[in-house]
Design a protein around this ligand. Sequence first.
Ligand code: GRF
Length: 187
Amino acid sequence: MTRARAAVFASGTGSNFEAIMNAGELNCDITLLVCDKPGATVIKKAEAFHVSTFVFDAKTYESKAVYEQEIVEKLQAENIEWVFLAGYMRIVGPTFLNAYEGRIINIHPSLLPDFPGKDAIGDAFRAGVKETGVTVHYVDEGIDTGPIIAQEKVLVKEDDTLDTLKNRIHQVEHQLYPRVIRQLTTK
Ligand code: GRF
C-alpha cells in the first residue's frame, strides 16, 4: 500500500514541525515544508530532516490567489494529500481551500471557539481563565473557525507566568498534533 504524502506549512520556529517529524508511525510521509518567511528557523529544521522546502515571499506576488495557485500546483505535482498547518501565519484563501478543503488541518493554542487569532495564549492568560488548551481543527474560510477534530485542556496554575503557560501548551501541542495526524491518515 502506498502511504499518503503530506506537507507541513509553518512560518516560524517549527517546534510542531519537529514534533511531527520525530513522532514516527504517522501513516503518512511528510515530504514538503511550505514556509512564507525566508530565513525562518523551521527551514533549517526541514533541511536537517531532508524534507524539501518551498519558501515564498507573499510580497513578491500580485495577490494571494496567485501565490496560492503556485502552492496548489506544487502540492499536486508532488501528490500531496494532506496539509498540516503548524504556525502558518496566513489566512488560507479560496484558491487553496477549493483545491484542498477537508484536507487542511490546523493546530491552535486555545480551546476554540475561545481565543481565536494570533496571540491566543497571551489573550487567555490576560483574561485570567482557569483553563485553556489546544485545538486541532479543519481549516475553513474563517480565522480558527473550522470543525474541531480534537481538543486537550491545559490548566492555568496560580503561579503561572505567560512563559510557563506557553511551555506547557506547546508540550501538549507536540503530543496532540502527531496523534491526530496518525488517526486522520489511517485508512
Ligand atoms: C503554535 O503554538 C501553534 O499552535 C500556533 O503557532 C505556534 C507555532 O509554533 N498556530 P511552532 O513554530 O510550531 O514552534
